[in-house]
Design a protein around this ligand. Structure first.
Ligand code: NOJ
Ligand code: CA
Length: 530
């Protein structure tokens, strides 16, 4: 990256606020709770937080349905709490990204209330309204990410509103300049308070084809996120509803807006093709970074992991690397669960940490957490409760953080948290792991230290030819390798003496020449003096 902006050497961390830490005993995580836990994040070595939405919301989609962009929902605290959080975070050298949700609002937003009240209301054009199809029914064949039609009929005005997510999340009309200006103001509001940038929800949505044509039926099963959430979404090719010309203009507008603040824009774009994804970040006039989601979907298999990381890194050095989020099953679960899943997730974190771009940790990954068990009757996610797809629901990765052993696990003093803990043991907790030098937490922390003074500098990335189950790359005098197989494997080293700068399964410092043996699901960072 040229001229190394501040975020280049950062370690990102996603805080799923609702499940991070509860300060007032109502069983729901909140801003003061997060503030009280900043010390954990600073100790861990994280310096860039993405905090999931805390704006006013009726919470049909846990805050991704905003009814006021410029206020904090009382569930999460107050504006003063946000200011205090920010002040403390900055004091500790931690920057904070606010979750910007520009594609849709809540049905309870004042704009939508106005918009739906009459066809000639001045806010009508803030949203996308259409007459029923000639024979009746929705205007086109578009579907919601959460399943079912992307249209809901408003009985009062006799037209349908468009919603790519829940019907309570009407899509804004980005062809209306007034909408763009409203969102500018929302962004300025948080930047003026000191926010360090935005994670941008559904960043390739926003603009829709002006004629709203039917989407073609999918030829093959769609594999990118959020595939699997609801099969309806995967049944169509998303030709006219997302990724439209005009989206990048909006990103450019935002870039110009945030530049004077030195703020960062990180986009959520679920494209499975790295080349297509790179178009959103490589010109450096729009989003600074975009997440690469494929590692949240892939199997634990050397060739697959190598291909996913190397193809993305070849397409762009402006990627945010993730293996988990509040939308997908946890990496340790997907990679086999238990100690094996944990070890694999840590090894993948090692591979991601040395790549150009910015790694993000999803809360609890540093503890090696697997998904919490949430019974159908305890479900909260609309994918379970509405779409009826409990197995695909997102509650398992959203269960509360286990901070310490005992009732409430240090997360809450309430009898019941908003979602069950899902079967955590004392060994899962941050407090117990902090005292154990061999815990996943302590190994994670040692790993993240490498970002402080990265031994790879800005050396170019070269992938090392396949050696059985090993995935490895070199950056100048640094070699990063993981064993993605089930047996020990020896990595042939280039000539010279190599020192273990980091290892997931042994202490640092050992020297190696010729080859180094890696246990199954282990990873190393080696440095040569040359
Ligand atoms: C992506 C968010 O991560 C997800 O949780 C949410 O449901 C959708 N966007 C809709 O805003
Ligand atoms: Ca609370």
């Amino acid at each position: 990256m040229s001229a190394a902006p501040w975020w280049c050497a950062s370690v990102g961390y996603e805080v799923y606020l609702r499940s991070f830490s509860d300060s007032n005993g109502d069983g729901i995580g909140d801003l003061p709770g997060l503030r009280a836990r900043l010390e954990h994040l600073e100790w861990l070595g994280v310096d860039l937080l993405w905090v999931t939405p805390f704006f006013r919301s009726p919470m049909h989609d846990q805050g991704y349905d905003i009814s006021d962009y410029r206020d904090v929902d009382p569930t999460y605290g107050t504006l003063a709490d946000f200011d205090s959080l920010l002040a403390d975070a900055h004091e500790l050298g931690i920057r904070v990204l606010v979750d910007l949700i520009p594609n849709h609002t809540s049905v309870e937003h004042a704009w939508f209330q106005e918009s739906r009240s009459a066809r000639d209301n001045p806010f009508r054009d803030y949203y996308i309204w259409r007459d029923p199809a000639p024979g009746g029914g929705p205007p086109n064949n578009w579907v919601s990410v959460f399943g079912g039609p992307a249209w809901t009929l408003d009985e009062t005005t006799g037209q349908y509103w468009l919603h790519l997510f829940l019907s309570e999340q009407p899509d804004l009309n980005w062809r209306n300049e007034r909408v763009a200006r409203e969102l500018d103001e929302a962004m300025r509001f948080w930047l003026e308070r000191g926010a360090d940038g935005f994670r941008i929800d559904a960043a390739d949505g926003l603009v829709k084809h002006p004629n709203l044509p039917d989407n073609p039926v999918a030829a093959a099963t769609w594999v990118g996120p959020p595939a699997g959430i609801a099969s309806d979404w995967g049944s169509l090719e998303h030709v006219y509803d997302v990724g439209q010309p005009g989206v990048r203009e909006i990103h450019r507008r935002w870039r110009a807006l945030v530049e004077p603040y030195g703020a960062l824009l990180v986009g959520e774009i679920g494209l499975a093709d790295p080349e297509a994804l790179a178009l959103y970040v490589n010109d450096q006039d729009g989003l600074h970074l975009t997440f690469w989601f494929e590692p949240m979907e892939i199997e634990w298999e050397a060739a697959t992991i190598r291909k996913s990381l190397s193809a993305a890194a070849a397409a762009s050095d402006h990627l945010a690397w993730v293996q988990g989020s509040h939308d997908r099953p946890r990496a340790a679960t997907r990679f086999g669960g238990g100690d094996v899943g944990r070890a694999r997730s840590l090894a993948l974190a090692v591979l991601m940490l040395g790549l150009p771009g910015v790694p993000f940790v999803y809360q609890g990954e540093e503890l090696g957490l697997v998904d919490g068990l949430v019974l159908p009757e305890e479900a909260q996610d609309p994918i379970s409760t509405r779409a009826g797809e409990h197995g695909l629901g997102r509650d398992g990765c959203r269960t509360p953080m286990p901070w310490e052993p005992g009732h409430g696990l240090g997360f809450t003093t309430a009898q019941q948290p908003w979602l069950p803990f899902g079967g955590r043991s004392a060994a899962d907790t941050a407090a117990v792991q902090r005292d154990d030098p061999d815990s996943i937490l302590r190994r994670f922390r040692r790993l993240l230290r490498l970002r402080r003074t990265p031994p790879w500098g800005s050396a170019p990335l070269e992938w090392i030819a396949e050696q059985g189950p090993l995935v490895a790359y070199r950056r100048g005098t640094v070699l990063v390798a993981a064993n993605c197989g089930d047996e020990p494997a020896a990595l042939e080293l280039p000539p010279g003496t190599w020192t273990l700068a980091y290892a997931t399964q042994e202490p640092e410092g050992r020297e190696a020449t010729g080859s180094v043996e890696l246990g199954p699901a282990s990873a190393v960072v080696l440095v040569s003096p040359a």
